[in-house]
Design a protein around this ligand. Structure first.
Ligand SMILES: [Zn+2]
Length: 373
């Protein structure tokens, strides 16, 4: 066999492999973190246990005021078409608001049998108009990069040292990075846990962001971000990432595996050896169907997301980052501030590596150990 033919075989094989990749990289990111640290698996198990407990203890929870998630969109671009327009970015914020508040125009496409469990999640989104220094902002950052393509396995778009952009305070903002994302992945997200992670947030490929501009069919209606923000708020895939696995949601039917394209209803009747005349809820945002065929979160998913906000992302409940009137520095005066960050040898550092614990020393005398698995 000549080298040329061998090269062609490898090329074709890798193209097939790329096409068979998962469109969402969240499960892969979780897997990577678990392989790097057994602590991460424990942390995620703890999240699942604590979430079940919180839901049990708050059976009739409704938020006191409207929950608005302050978003910063980091556009990290190498070619001009990756530097997407403000209009395309705003179209994504609009889709998130419609999908999470059940004002999406395709809500009527949810099969009748599930209309009564389709949820208005009562979660809103805004482009932040106060930045971490208390200054006015559009909620959009733009970074030109020499990195032509980012990957889950690196180069990482959340890391300035690999051509990416460092996040704004992950405890206060939902950081969304938009870039040229490779590996056949449309997006990925960090699910909550007690690990501080400098890449906490959501990453979306620039041709699958929003519903205008460079957004490409069939993932051109902004549902990749809806799906990934679902993960960021602790939702799992509707099939539980396993054949007939557990998504920790009681009102979604058990599902054998992911669905693609745009199936007709009902689809996969009586799958997973259960009597289920309605089949899969393939139009759920946490499945893999085409953007135009997705149209609901369930009430069970809403409850799990509200639990995640209360337990793991509580700063979302009280902030002024969208009003443009308050200064974040003022609102922070009663909160503890970091004096310095040191490594295990006591050396001051501001760069956290995976697997290396760092110690955060605060002005109130407290110390926290933090680790990226
Ligand atoms: Zn996913």
């Amino acid at each position: 066999m000549t080298n040329k033919i061998l090269f062609l075989i490898i090329l074709v094989a890798s193209a097939i492999y790329a096409n068979s990749q998962e469109r969402c990289g969240t499960a892969a990111i979780n897997q990577q973190r678990m392989e790097k640290s057994s602590e991460y698996k424990k942390a995620r198990d703890k999240v699942n246990n604590q979430t079940a407990k919180w839901i049990k203890e708050h059976p009739n929870y409704t938020p006191e005021t409207t929950i608005t998630i302050p978003v910063v969109v980091h556009v990290v671009w190498n070619t001009n078409d990756q530097n997407i327009s403000d209009t395309q970015i705003q179209s994504q914020i609009d889709v998130l608001n419609a999908d999470f508040n059940r004002t999406n125009i395709d809500a009527i496409n949810t099969p009748n049998i599930w209309q009564n469990i389709a949820a208005d999640c009562e979660i809103e989104f805004c482009l932040a108009n106060i930045d971490p220094n208390g200054n006015p902002t559009t909620g959009i950052t733009r970074t030109q990069t020499n990195t032509s393509q980012f990957q889950i396995s690196g180069p990482s778009v959340e890391d300035a040292s690999t051509g990416g952009k460092e996040p704004w305070n992950i405890n206060q903002y939902l950081n969304i990075w938009v870039c040229n994302l490779g590996g056949g992945v449309l997006g990925y997200a960090s699910q909550p846990s007690e690990f501080l992670s400098s890449n906490d947030g959501v990453v979306i490929n620039y041709t699958n962001f929003g519903n205008s501009g460079n957004s490409n069919a069939p993932y051109h209606k902004g549902r990749t971000a809806t799906h990934e923000v679902g993960h960021w708020l602790n939702l799992d895939h509707i099939w539980g990432n396993n054949n007939c696995g557990n998504d920790y949601i009681t009102d979604t039917p058990k599902q054998e595996k992911d669905n693609n394209g745009c199936p007709g209803f009902p689809h996969n009747i009586n799958s997973c050896n259960t009597p289920n005349i309605n089949g899969d809820m393939f139009m759920n945002y946490m499945d893999y169907t085409n953007d135009q065929c997705m149209n609901l979160f369930t009430k069970g998913q809403k409850t799990r997301m509200l639990a995640a906000i209360n337990e793991y992302r509580p700063n979302i409940l009280t902030h002024s980052l969208c009003s443009g009137t308050a200064n974040i520095l003022e609102t922070n005066t009663n909160k503890k501030e970091i004096l310095k960050i040191v490594d295990v040898l006591g050396r001051v550092t501001n760069k956290q590596s995976r697997g290396m614990p760092l110690f955060y020393i605060y002005n109130d005398g407290s110390v926290e150990k933090k680790l990226i698995p």
